[in-house]
Design a protein around this ligand. Sequence first.
Ligand code: SF4
Length: 541
Amino acid sequence: MPPATRRKRGEGQWALGYREPLNKNEENKKNDDGLNVRRRIIDIYAKRGFDSIDPADLRGRFRWYGLYTQRRPGIDGGKTAVLADEELDDRYFMLRVRIDGGQLTSEQLRTIADISVRYARGTADITDRQNIQLHWVEIENVPTIWERLEAVGLRTTEACGDTPRVIIGCPLAGIAADEVIDATPQLRAVADRYIGSPEFSNLPRKFKTAISGCAAHCTVHEINDVAFVGVVNDAGEVGYDLFVGGGLSTNPMFAKRLGAFVAPERVPEVWAGVTSIFRDYGYRRLRSRARLKFLMQDWGAEKFREVLEKEYLGYALPDGPPPADPLPHRDHVGIRPQKDGDYYVGFAPKAGRVNGELLRVVADLAERYGSGRVRTTTEQKMVILDVPESRTEALADELARHDLQVRPSTFRRQTMACTGIEYCKLAIVETKQRAMDLIDELEKRLPDFDQPLSINLNGCPNACARIQVADIGLKGQLVLDENGDQVEGYQIHLGGQVGASFGRKVRGLKTTSAELTDYIERIVRRFDEQRREGETFAEWV
Ligand code: SF4
């Protein structure tokens, strides 16, 4: 039998008639839809406590509502791969609040802040997918937390799990003077219609969406499972170019352009078509091959588009142009004009780490200086909208008093870190605190360095902080120190660029955590001395 046919039969694709679960996760999903766990949380688990939770819910379906058990404190990274889940599990949860498009009102932000202070020991992290994550949440408080979130139009539904995760969008949608299209109506339509729908609550794996008309391409469409990117076609019509099958992690792949033009009103049905293909044809045998990128790798863009049009849409999409090149900085930090004459003020906490008190301050400032609209970004930053020009500097000063920088150093602006060993059960090393310390130290040692340079830290081989597309990507692992002892460290990837290249893993290039700052200082100094005019780090390295 030819290899292609053999693979097809073995991949567990529903559309080919393979409905029997081929692994534990698939079995769990077949036994009960993840969305059904909500009732059990409210009616049973929150009342009877942690020990009453069915393990299949605890380590499976809870994710459909953004709940993960967090890592028990004190377990070192060497034990991550050795210990069973039950041994790694703490009795507390990480709770991910999905913020589609990163769009928040001050009231919503204040609600998250209050929940953080009251139920999550004040913790809050902004993720690189615009979510806000809280830690130390107890099961008894989850129904109350949901009530409070839902009262202001927020939810945790499908924030994790094999589902359509948060839909990312440009934080400046509707206000940026140079945007191609305000994608907010399409983003809302998809979120309102399909999130929490049983139609898409059992996908082969997680599914990431971006919908944006941002000229800077801040939603990094190249690494999403499906992305709609604003374009203008030859007839002068504004719509979207369609990208499918991007994803990082252990087999990074950039999304492929289907070459189709999607009119704004067709976005929800085209999104549903792509997602349906993933649901029906996606690989369900091995978790490590279940992301949509593997199907795209086997099919190619042409076949994918043909199946989308013939089997799911029932019509052919017109061809369309590719998007324009991105701007040099794909973020929204700083003080810039909006198209209505007001200004937006984007600012940088360190590595996405904030806290409940700080979020209250941001909510207050957004009301005092703007109209109360706040945004989270895909770079773990925040933006306050609608500030009159005359008040921007006063706002910047107030933010700076809370160590939120409007004109951050390169290191603060472009360093990202995943959750890491502090809370994540898959982690091998510390990341958040390491990144914050690294920023402080590099700011001291290299105060004049002002070139774009991204430094991303992951606590394990996954890709939650996008190390594969960073200038300097740091993958947490155990390494040997000079005495031959195993210690926390990082494998170094150099020269990654979203959409262009993945960072090169230089053979043997690793550093211990203790030597990390010195290593980065050395390489940054060399880059600064040797680079030619206009040369980027990726080009230089
Ligand atoms: Fe956890 Fe690894 Fe993701 Fe970091 S990259 S949050 S350590 S799974």
